[in-house]
Design a binder for this molecule. Sequence first.
Ligand code: SF4
Ligand code: SF4
Length: 372
Amino acid sequence: MHGTDHLKEAERLMTVCNSCRYCEGLCAVFPAMELRRNFSDADLNYLSNLCHSCGACYVDCQFSPPHEYNVNVPKTLAQVRTDSYRAYAWPKMFQPLFDRNGLAITIITALSVASFILGFALWHDPAVLTTDSGQFYRLMPHNIMAALFGAVALYAILALVMGFRIFWKEIGAGSVSAGSGTTLWQAGKDAAGLRYLDGGGVGCYNEDEKPTDRRRLYHHMTFYGFILCFAATTTGTFLHYFLDWPAPYGWTELPKLFGIPGGIGLVIGPLGLLRAKFTRERDMTDPAKFGMDTAFLAMMLLTGLTGLLLMVLRDTPAMGVTLAIHLGVVFALFLTMPYGKFVHGLYRFGALALYAAEQKADRAAAPSGSPS
Ligand code: SF4
Ligand code: SF4
């Protein structure tokens, strides 16, 4: 018995694929599947988080629709994967947020926070909206900004870690050597390089069935753009509190050196991924997760765009409004992070760590002289 119809369908497909095994060289899903004869809900959640929805197994499969076997691995695993984000969310009472984390709600949250900050500034010091001094902290004092954003960031980290812990335990990663240094290192390398996104080496498939590697490029730009922006904020906070060196920073100082390429990555990457989303073959995607995916990409894009705009408009009277919008977007991004697409990075890393441990154990158990 399975918890959902999506899990039931995933078990049916994995049973068919386990007999066929034609796709075993395409990605990590099939070798992981071959180590199992039965598929529990946790096994299927693990396998679904190994899948990148590249579409190669759909295009290659002789049993994909309109065949009566109706084998559609990318779509079914995408559905199971989306359900798994909700199932492992922490705290449990916030699980329904996954159903509402669409584009409209996220944008409304960002605009509400921006309006609140603007309203507060107008009440406190209306001149801040017309000044061209580039003084960010006239809009909101630095200590209040740090306390507010620090609190929401800490909550997001706590919720993400707790959700990841539940996932890790349920898929059984805690009972094998998935937490060892070598497997974590291997999983980190596989995740950072998106090793299994390329459909066995050719790239991702779209409507025209011509594989390309562009999705990997845009994913890298989004991920590393986010990391660089995070580094810019962290170094800015360090300079402010530990070296008594407040913003704004010069073009050759660390917050800018991290922030500019990070912001550019957060604009180009999400735009490319949004475009890729609209050109994917509809039959192999999960329509229910479209809103959550676009909300996540839109928030990443708006974070990069408003951050870059703020840098350009810093010394103009538009600084106050631009800063309020940027802060609203970042606040909404943090707030929705544990209940949206952002969690996929953590779960994928956990699944890759278990995969690395299982493959290592399997190689160790194989009789000497057998093919690896
Ligand atoms: S997706 Fe199709 S071709 Fe690939 S292993 Fe499954 S049944 Fe075989
Ligand atoms: S869609 Fe790609 S990553 Fe997912 S199971 Fe098929 S080949 Fe593997």
